[in-house]
Write a protein that binds this ligand. Structure first.
Ligand SMILES: [Zn+2]
Length: 217
């Protein structure tokens, strides 16, 4: 893939992302909350999970944190390629970004990468009345805003834009594959960190749980 600028290579960027995740993992603690019942759209079936060598039984938050760091890397690379090489798509994205910026309430803004893509709302609890959710709040706040509609595109402009979108998709696929390949070089570091920092905590939690279940009333 064309590294035509002085940007760091994909390998170097994957190394930085894994390093940041390893630092984050030293502060990780198992959640004692009710576990989620919905599948995570970012992690489920992600080739990044497999390339990292994560086992099925590793807590979701551990996997999710790395998946989101690597997804951010891929998105940044596609953004930079779009900016450099795809002028029509760049302009579309800038316009749509300007419309997003006009929204007064954006609950996902400013979250650390480890927490992005997780549900912003708690799971609905059938026993509890629910006034409104964070997602609804953001939606309602946006409704009150009127933004000028962009002028309609001609057929030729639409076709040109679709072509640039296909190129951006191809670039995302190639970048994703390069990231997965680079990630396999870090599997031993990832596995070692999980064994040291995650497994003992999960075992301790299970041990406490089984003790409290066994305790006489
Ligand atoms: Zn996830």
């Amino acid at each position: 893939m064309g590294q035509d600028t002085a940007e760091p290579s994909i390998d170097a960027r994957v190394q930085v992302a894994v390093d940041a995740w390893l630092r984050w993992l030293t502060r990780w603690q198992p959640s004692t909350h009710r576990s989620r019942t919905r599948l995570c759209r970012r992690c489920t079936g992600s080739p990044l999970v497999e390339a990292a060598g994560f086992d099925y039984d590793i807590p979701h938050s551990v996997k999710h944190a790395l998946v989101m760091r690597l997804s951010a890397l891929i998105e940044a690379e596609v953004d930079s390629y779009t900016e450099r090489s795809l002028p029509l798509l760049s302009r579309e994205l800038r316009d749509s970004e300007a419309r997003q910026q006009a929204r007064p309430y954006r609950p996902n803004d400013g979250l650390a990468p480890e927490y992005q893509g997780l549900d912003i709302d708690p799971e609905p609890d059938p026993g509890q009345p629910f006034l409104f959710t964070m997602a609804e709040l953001a939606e309602n706040a946006a409704l009150g805003i009127r933004l000028p509609e962009p002028p309609p595109l001609t057929d030729a402009a639409k076709a040109a834009l679709r072509h640039e979108m296909a190129l951006a998709d191809d670039h995302a696929t190639r970048t994703g594959m390069a990231v997965c390949l680079a990630l396999t070089d870090h599997r031993h570091r990832i596995q070692d960190a999980v064994e040291r920092l995650v497994e003992p905590q999960v075992e301790a939690l299970l041990h406490d749980l089984s003790r409290s279940l066994d305790a006489p009333l």
